[in-house]
Design a protein around this ligand. Structure first.
Ligand code: OOG
Ligand code: NI
Length: 465
């Protein structure tokens, strides 16, 4: 079979992302409401901001905006995580970054599976925040063993999905018919199951240990727990959500509203109380309820360099040392004011951010630059003369403090527990069966590749800096 017969990984990812969105819309109607609201606000924002519209069109990201989404799942075992990595690889998604949530009282560690490289990202940036439960953080040994036994007995992938993953690995891709079957089979792993695989008694014990453990262990598979569209104006969305009957969490996570958006701002609506059934010892099904699935929206800004990220982390810590956002929203406006105040220390002009080495940019020749090919200037001079322009590179990853805030708002405030902070990237990568990509190195490569395309007017020495 020749390579042309294979469907491109980017194309499989797009159809999977679409299939997942359709499934979630049917499962959680509020997601559909949120999607429509986001599309409406994005249209309005673009209509009012011609410069934004032009830059998004020029950097290939206009089409992808309203389509863009991420999801999240929580896995129970290393075997599940390793197979999930192989499944995502078929769609061109690789593990990027390591997130330790134990510090925030959530017994998981995570990575984000996503496409890398500007071409794949602009084709479809679909990503999945994937967490692995850490039973090693659970104190009750008997419960830990019982939970491990339940997890060991379940199969979250269909046999057909595994066969197709193996086939893709062996042959180097999937043809049209196999790719379509793969999408359908893999989707099964993410489906919601109303019937729990544990007894009501065991559910209660898992739930008492930590609500997250009950969510991971009690069901047949790792149901997708949210799908997040990208908005161009999250503050507008946060204020419009209640009118649509959706109650947002108390504060928007991440940096404050700014002229030049940095990293990632997120808000969510609380998990739904859903009816589930548990089979008791005599085989009868009992009705109960479970909260797991919620809705989230996000606004993405520029990817920060390690220096920029250190400044962001320091300013966020400073804000939270001054005022910690209460889960009931009682100090939300004071927190927002404090955040805005502290973040005045972060430059809010693209060129200042760039010159201070705080963010990653994509450089390109202007029409004037194309015409001036052969002149050899230093980068700053080429920019000053209008030969080279720069656009912020969008942050494609996640933020651990924000993720913890999202987890907590959905697990309920009583779920906050203290665990000894124990990041263990070595263990995570062993379980994953691969190492995770360093996000900073990756953004750095995208930036230098963009400079390479400007060499017509650029002095090599200045570009190599
Ligand atoms: C994942 C929460 C993290 C985000 O956007 O930061 C996340 C979860 O609740 O499983 O999705
Ligand atoms: Ni999320």
């Amino acid at each position: 079979m020749t390579a042309e017969k294979f469907v491109a990984a980017d194309v499989i990812r797009s159809s999977f992302s679409l299939a997942m969105s359709e499934m979630y819309r049917a499962e959680v109607p509020a997601y559909g409401t949120l999607m429509s609201l986001v599309a409406k606000v994005n249209r309005q924002t673009l209509a009012q901001d011609e410069t934004l519209q032009q830059r998004l069109a020029a950097t290939d990201s206009l089409d992808r905006i309203s389509e863009e989404r991420h999801g999240a799942i929580r896995l129970g075992t290393r075997e599940e995580l390793a197979m999930m990595r192989r499944a995502f690889a078929v769609m061109g998604m690789v593990p990027v970054g390591y997130y330790d949530l134990s510090t925030a009282g959530v017994p998981v560690h995570s990575t984000a599976f996503r496409p890398v490289g500007s071409k794949s990202l602009s084709h479809n940036p679909f990503r999945v925040f994937t967490s692995l439960l850490r039973l090693d953080l659970i104190a009750d040994e008997a419960l830990r063993e019982e939970a491990a036994a339940v997890l060991a007995s379940r199969r979250i992938f269909t046999g057909e999905a595994v066969t197709l993953i193996e086939k893709a690995e062996r042959d180097g891709g999937l043809d049209q018919a196999d790719a379509a079957r793969f999408v359908g089979e893999l989707l099964e792993t993410f489906r919601w199951h109303q019937h729990a695989i544990v007894s009501p008694d065991m559910y209660a014990r898992l739930h008492d240990a930590h609500r997250l453990i009950a969510d991971v262990v009690s069901f047949k598979g790792p149901h997708i727990n949210h799908l997040t569209p990208r908005t161009l104006d999250i503050d507008q969305l946060q204020s419009l959500m209640p009118q649509e009957g959706i109650a947002p969490k108390a504060i928007v996570e991440g940096p404050p509203a700014r002229k030049c958006p940095i990293l990632l701002r997120q808000t969510s609506f609380k998990a739904l109380e859903e009816s589930v059934s548990f089979q008791d010892a005599s085989g009868n099904w009992q009705t109960g309820s479970h909260t797991a699935r919620f809705g989230e929206i996000e606004q993405r800004g520029i990817a920060l360099t390690p220096k920029g990220r250190a400044l962001y982390d320091a300013l966020l810590n400073e804000t939270r040392a001054r005022i910690r956002p209460a889960a009931d929203g009682s100090n939300a406006s004071a927190y927002e004011a404090g955040l805005a105040d502290v973040f005045k220390a972060f430059p809010d002009d693209w060129n200042d951010i760039r010159k201070a080495g705080l963010g990653y940019f994509s450089y390109s020749l202007t029409p004037k630059g194309e015409a001036a090919a052969g002149r050899k200037l230093d980068l700053e001079m080429a920019i000053d003369e209008g030969l080279i322009q720069f656009d912020p590179i969008v942050y494609e990853d996640f933020l651990p403090v924000s993720a913890a805030g999202i987890f907590q708002s959905n697990l309920g405030d009583d779920a906050t527990q203290d665990f000894v902070a124990s990041p263990n990237q070595v263990m995570f990568e062993r379980d994953l069966g691969a190492s995770v990509l360093d996000e900073f190195a990756h953004y750095g490569e995208i930036e230098s590749a963009s400079l390479d395309r400007c060499l017509a007017v650029l002095d090599m020495a200045s570009a190599a800096e």
